[in-house]
Design a protein around this ligand. Structure first.
Ligand code: B12
Ligand code: SF4
Length: 447
């Protein structure tokens, strides 16, 4: 049976950019690039038994910015490829795009089975309760997806598969818990076939001189519990670590990719894991330029390991600094304090690691708060800094606390570049001031 998978387009909304001065505009990031690992995992669950066809809409629109609109691309693809089952992935800001893609699928072939999975489907499955959505698969649903495809192939109702939401008349109904929890970083890990993305490989480019970038995850979830973060709620608080052997096997397959970003919430949770991985990389002579996300407190606690990682190819680290004020860090549930941020900056620089520090700006900031943040950011050396808006992502404690104050419920704006809570300043001034912060380190590249 032919299975189609769609990566939805990026949300088009970026109010920070829209309100930025001419001077600030070039420094504000517009897009992130990288492969859809979730979809590749789902693809690996159904291949080779089922034929596959992928539509990477982010990549497609990057290849040709003048391409027809996404729903037209989807309709042409369905007519050409004729998939019997179509799955789409979605984060919050892409939920609307994912729904539009499935509506386009049904417009061409009403008998195709439509399935949604990914982060937003895990946290808010009923946001996808629409007549053109047949199944919502929450959580690490690659094996559940395979079961749905195979039930459909045998002419059975997808509702027979446990652990999913299946259409029953007008509604989506939960089919009851699965027999066991998936172990997507352990016994259920599925090796990815990146050749499926060959058509779009050239679009996964951060800096032309480095060649295309790919991502791999060494872990899933996070032991942190930050109030604004979607990652730990998505993984129901679990932290899952892959084995060194499994990560090495994947890295050996990545000859075409000189730059590898670890797509972990934080790559330094288990120091023994990274230590062992980098020992083995060195022993095998496997050289890459690595990019990792890392918590400030983990870096401060492991300076020797940072030195070791730098020798082994770690070139860029992305840190969620979030704030320069201890009271705000505490309110967000961050483990680190501002003195540790300064210490982490020192450790990374001593080791020649390019640091990107990201701040979140609360909607209630006034002129004095912007001035204080700008002072702190300007006096601490990082290669790049990013400034986005504190956003109550659905499914997070921040959302539960702020639900009644939210003024904008359009999920397409939930990408950290738009403000959905009331601001103390007039909204255009708030955005303009956030935009001006990007001038401080002039961070042009986003990795
Ligand atoms: C890789 C990544 C990307 C990649 C690729 C995403 C893509 N689809 O194209 C790129 C670089 C493009 C990207 C972009 C963005 N991202 Co991003 N990204 C990540 C990251 C680092 C890892 C995600 C990942 O690959 N996980 C591993 C895979 C295996 O897990 P998974 O995708 O969840 O898939 C599993 C299940 O969900 C399920 N599944 C997934 N899809 C499907 C589909 C079907 C049919 C089924 C059945 C199951 C299923 O099965 C999979 C296997 O178990 C996460 C942070 C993190 N560490 O989790 C942020 C994250 C997902 N991104 C986030 C955001 C906000 C963005 C941006 C909006 C940022 C921005 N402001 O620009 C942009 C969006 C586009 C843009 N403006 O450029 C947020 C999402 C928050 C939210 N609530 O929406 C996260 C959580 C980061 C964060 N700090 O909060 N991102
Ligand atoms: S913000 Fe970072 S440290 Fe906090 S829970 Fe999310 S991924 Fe973990």
């Amino acid at each position: 049976m032919k299975v189609g998978l769609i990566n939805p387009p990026r949300s088009p909304h970026n109010a920070i950019l829209e309100h930025a001065s001419e001077a600030a505009r070039p420094f504000i990031h517009r897009k992130l690039v990288g492969p859809p690992l979730g979809l590749l995992t789902v693809a690996a669950a159904v291949a080779p038994r089922h034929a596959l066809t992928l539509l990477e809409l982010k990549g497609e629109l990057d290849l040709d910015p003048g391409a027809p609109p996404p729903d037209e691309l989807v309709r042409a693809w369905v007519a050409r490829e004729q998939p019997r089952v179509v799955g789409v992935t979605a984060i919050t800001s892409e939920a609307r795009g994912a729904l539009a893609a499935l509506a386009a699928v049904k417009a061409v072939d009403p008998r195709a089975l439509t399935v949604v999975g990914g982060l937003h489907a895990s946290l808010c499955p009923l946001d996808f309760e629409q007549p053109w959505v047949d199944v919502v698969v929450p959580g690490h649903g690659a094996q559940a997806f395979r079961a749905v495809v195979e039930a459909f192939e045998r002419g059975r109702a997808p509702g027979e598969v446990p652990g999913i939401w299946a259409r029953s008349g007008e509604r989506l109904r939960f089919t009851g818990p699965a027999a066991r929890e998936p172990e997507p970083a352990g016994r259920d890990f599925l090796p990815l076939d990146r050749r499926l993305l060959e058509r779009w490989r050239s679009t996964y480019l951060v800096r032309p001189q480095d060649g295309p970038i790919t991502y791999l995850f060494t872990s899933l979830g996070c032991p942190g519990r930050c109030t604004f973060c979607s990652i730990w709620p998505q993984h129901e608080g679990r932290y899952l670590q892959r084995s060194v052997d499994s990560v090495l096997a994947e890295l050996r397959e990545l000859q075409d990719y000189p730059v590898v970003r670890f797509a972990d919430a934080s790559s330094l949770v288990d120091p023994a894991f990274l230590e062992a991985l980098f020992e083995r990389l060195a022993a095998e002579g496997l050289q890459k330029l690595f990019v990792m996300d890392m918590r400030v407190d983990s870096a401060v606690e492991n300076p020797r390991l940072i030195e070791r990682l730098a020798r082994g190819g770690l070139r860029v680290v992305i840190c969620g600094f979030e704030s320069f004020r201890d009271a705000e860090l505490q309110a967000y549930g961050k483990a680190a304090r501002s003195a540790q941020i300064a210490e982490a900056i020192r450790i990374f620089h001593e080791n020649g690691i390019m640091l990107r520090g990201n701040y979140v700006v609360p909607p209630d900031y006034g002129p004095e708060d912007f001035a204080a943040l700008a002072d702190w950011a300007a006096s601490h050396r990082v290669a790049y800094a990013g400034y986005t808006v504190l956003t109550p992502m659905p499914g997070t404690p921040l959302h539960a606390a702020e639900r009644d104050r939210i003024v904008d419920h359009d999920l397409e704006r939930y990408n950290f570049f738009n403000c959905v809570l009331p601001t103390r300043l007039e909204l255009p001034e708030f955005y303009r001031r956030v935009a001006d912060l990007w001038l401080i380190k002039q961070g042009r590249d986003v990795i």
